[in-house]
Design a protein around this ligand. Structure first.
Ligand code: GDP
Ligand code: MG
Length: 300
């Protein structure tokens, strides 16, 4: 890692907010590559994932956290625990809300969590591209929510990228002088195989909707690299054989659709030709087992 120039700033920014407000979309847009998967289904993000943005003046390490919700099983508890830990270990908090709708109880719950911390907070009003006619009332519901705090408010759209330059500059202002924590060309702390698994999971979320998503875990069993093509062998672990049936689909049509879409995403990730082989395994109750969770890459 090179030595940072004079006056260089660096630090960790925790992106927090309710599920589905656009935290992962924002991180991808800021670092310019898709490393965090996104979807309209809530609880898409399970693990803490870092996205690294290095400019001439600063290195910002974004920590994408799962949305905070009431846990019902071991996996859920780990998700929430990790999100809370993330809040305590960052230098700046970026609290993201969905400004296409009014603030709700979920936002208030997060404000209560933020009362106990000392780091600077920035309120990000996301989804500005989707603002409705009564946007003034909506904006007011958020400014009222934080009225006793003097947090800067930045409006942007993670989807279109509008307003993100201002956001970036405001974040850099809040950072202290510091070194490169990571090599300047690195964009995430996670290994490529983890991102590959996530890209497969994203297509499952997208294509199977309500039926299976939350009990799916991906393991990348093998990666073979040749100069021409990268072969990826991945197992989709589910809890019930009925879910296996849904994932495979009529004459294998669902698995084929998932594979085709995921392959395209993985090709973008590694910028090269990919052959993707998927198979489905039934592993009952994996979400209740700390051992299996650890094997699937969760910090338990
Ligand atoms: P997270 O749960 O907070 O990480 O939210 P995601 O990043 O997964 O996004 C949830 C949904 O909101 C996805 O369907 C995104 O495409 C959508 N989304 C995120 N940001 C924006 C935005 O700025 N504008 C619009 N219209 N949609 C957005
Ligand atoms: Mg997310």
């Amino acid at each position: 890692i090179p030595t940072a120039p004079e006056g260089f700033k660096s630090g960790f920014v925790g992106i927090i907010g309710r599920p589905n407000v656009g935290k992962s979309t924002l991180m991808n847009q800021l670092i310019g590559q898709k490393i965090a998967i996104t979807s309209p289904v809530s609880q898409t993000t399970r693990n803490r994932l870092q996205g690294i943005l290095t400019t001439e003046q600063a290195q910002i390490i974004f920590v994408d956290t799962p949305g905070i919700h009431k846990p019902h099983h071991t996996l859920g508890k780990i998700i929430v625990k990790n999100a809370k830990m993330a809040i305590n270990s960052v230098d700046v908090i970026l609290f993201v809300v969905d400004s296409s709708v009014k603030s709700g109880g979920g936002d208030r719950y997060i404000i209560d969590l933020l009362k106990t911390i000392n780091q600077p907070v920035i309120l990000g009003l996301n989804k500005q591209d989707q603002q409705s006619e009564d946007y003034q009332q909506i904006d007011e519901s958020y400014t009222n929510l934080i009225e006793s705090y003097h947090w800067p408010i930045i409006k942007f759209s993670a989807l279109t990228g509008n307003g993100l330059e201002t956001l970036q500059n405001t974040l850099i202002e809040k950072l202290d002088p510091g070194p490169y924590y990571y090599p300047p060309d690195l964009i995430t702390d996670q290994p490529e195989r983890f991102i590959m698994g996530e890209l497969i999971r994203e297509q499952i979320l997208r294509l199977t909707r309500q039926e299976v998503p939350h009990s799916v875990a991906i393991t990348i069993e093998k990666i073979e690299e040749t100069p021409k093509i990268t072969r990826v062998f991945a197992a989709i672990n589910v809890e019930r054989s009925s879910q296996k049936g849904i994932l495979i689909g009529q004459k294998g049509s669902m698995l084929k659709a998932i594979g085709t879409a995921a392959r395209e995403q993985i090709q973008k990730l590694i910028a090269g030709e990919v052959y993707l082989k998927l198979f489905v395994k039934v592993e009952s109750q994996w979400r209740q087992s700390n051992l299996r969770l650890a094997e699937f890459g969760y910090r338990v």
